[in-house]
Design a protein around this ligand. Structure first.
Ligand code: SF4
Length: 229
C-alpha cells in the first residue's frame, strides 16, 4: 500500500490486553490508544497524553505480530479526532482481516461517517451531564448514532453514579427512542462506586427493559479487577 503523505498518529499507548468494558468483556484485543480528547469528564482517569508517534505501518506490524486476537480496539482519548490517520490505517487492517472495535465519546458524527464502513462495532459513550459534568451533548449524540450503518454493531454505554439526575435518565431514554435500530445498552458504574450504585442500576435496567426491546446489561470495568490496562 502506498500513500502520498504518510501521517503519524499521536498515540498514548499500543498494547495487547483483554477488553474490560461492555458486551465484549474478556476478549483479547490489540488496543490502539489515541492521544487527546475533546471532552473533560469528571470521572476520567485515562492518561491520553501523546507518547508514541506511529504511521499506519507501525501499527499494522504490531497487530500482525500480535495475532491471533479477537479484534483491534481503537480507543483514547478520542480516536475520531485523528480521522485522517484512520483513513490510512483502516484499509490496512481490513487487508489483514482483523475486525475493528471503535470506542468513542460519540460527539464527532462527521468524522464517524468517513470511517464507519471499516468498523465492526461502534461502542458509543453517551455523556450524562449530571455524572460526567460536561455540557449536554444530546443533539450531537443523536446525530452520531444515526451515522452508524445498519451492518455495524452498535453499543450505547452510559457511565452511571448515584449523582445521575432524573432529567438525564429521561433524556437518555428519549434519545434511544429517537434511534430506532438494534443496539446493546450498557450501564457502567463509575469505578470504585459500584456498590452504592447497584440499586440504582438495577432499577434503571428494569425501567429500560420495559421501554426497549434491546439487551440492557450492567457491566463494571472488568479489566481493572484483573489489574490490567
Ligand atoms: S470522553 Fe473518555 S477519554 Fe475523553 S475525557 Fe471523557 S472519559 Fe476521558
Amino acid at each position: 500500500m502506498t500513500h502520498c503523505c504518510l501521517l503519524r498518529a499521536d498515540l498514548s499507548d499500543l498494547f495487547v490486553s483483554v477488553q474490560g468494558e461492555g458486551p465484549l468483556v474478556g476478549v483479547r484485543q490489540v488496543f490502539v490508544r489515541f492521544a487527546g480528547c475533546n471532552l473533560a469528564c469528571s470521572y476520567c482517569d485515562t492518561d491520553f497524553s501523546a507518547r508514541l508517534h506511529l504511521d499506519w505501518k507501525g501499527i499494522y506490524d504490531f497487530v500482525a505480530e500480535s495475532l491471533p486476537v479477537h479484534s483491534v480496539a481503537l480507543t483514547g482519548g478520542e480516536p475520531l479526532l485523528q480521522v485522517r490517520f484512520l483513513l490510512q490505517l483502516l484499509p490496512a487492517l481490513k487487508d489483514l482481516g482483523v475486525r475493528v472495535y471503535l470506542e468513542t465519546n460519540g460527539t464527532l458524527p462527521n468524522q464517524l461517517s468517513e470511517v464507519a464502513h471499516f468498523l465492526h462495532w461502534v461502542a458509543t459513550d453517551v455523556k450524562l451531564p449530571s455524572v460526567a459534568k460536561v455540557p449536554p451533548q444530546w443533539k450531537v449524540h443523536e446525530e452520531f448514532v444515526r451515522q452508524v450503518p445498519d451492518g455495524v454493531n452498535l453499543i450505547v454505554k452510559v457511565v452511571v453514579s448515584e449523582e445521575v439526575s432524573e432529567e438525564d435518565r429521561e433524556r437518555f431514554e428519549a434519545l434511544l427512542l429517537q434511534v430506532d435500530r438494534d443496539m446493546i445498552i450498557v450501564l457502567q458504574p463509575v469505578w470504585g462506586r459500584e456498590k452504592e450504585t447497584v440499586p440504582l442500576l438495577l432499577d434503571w435496567q428494569r425501567r429500560l427493559l420495559r421501554i426497549f426491546p434491546h439487551e440492557v446489561r450492567i457491566v463494571p470495568q472488568v479489566h481493572r479487577c484483573l489489574g490490567v490496562e
